[in-house]
Write a protein that binds this ligand. Structure first.
Ligand SMILES: [Fe+2]
Ligand SMILES: [Fe+2]
Length: 148
């Protein structure tokens, strides 16, 4: 699935759409934590969820600086698995982690695009590149855990 998040023509819209995507991601992370049975996996996903909370905090700071509203929730449109809706129907830790890994394709793509978006400030683009690296790390762990 291809996401258009990250390709916005204004810095304001870019930040707002990233926030919507992050809120969807947070809902999916919570659903994943609720579904997982393995305690070590639960703890690892909770640590990754904290990265997303840091992303939300920084994006919210950017929205405030730009003088625009910071979305407080997702819209489930950009997320391939519709977050908790689909995750709730899955059985087994590996199946759940595989689905979450698919979600990270979206977050990776969005931040990759955002990090190259000239509508954003240089400082923001550097932050988006760091967020991309976080999402890439999350996906790699999930893929390894889903295979293992
Ligand atoms: Fe994130
Ligand atoms: Fe992530």
């Amino acid at each position: 699935m291809v996401t258009t998040v990250g390709t916005e023509t204004t810095f304001e819209k870019l930040v707002q759409n990233l926030l919507i995507l992050e809120h969807d991601a947070l809902a999916a992370y919570q659903a994943t934590i609720d579904r997982l049975e393995n305690v070590a996996a639960k703890n690892q996903i909770a640590a990754f969820k904290a990265d997303h909370e840091a992303h939300v905090a920084e994006l919210t700071r950017m929205a405030t600086t730009l003088g625009v509203e910071a979305p407080q929730e997702g819209d489930l449109k950009e997320y391939l698995t519709k977050g908790k809706v689909v995750l709730a129907g899955l059985v087994g830790d590996k199946t759940v982690l595989k689905a979450m890994s698919t979600n990270e394709i979206e977050t990776k793509m969005a931040y990759d695009q955002a990090s190259k978006n000239q509508a954003a400030s240089a400082e923001a683009r550097a932050y988006f590149a760091k967020a991309y690296a976080d999402e890439d790390r999350h996906k790699q762990w999930m893929d390894a855990a889903a295979e293992g």
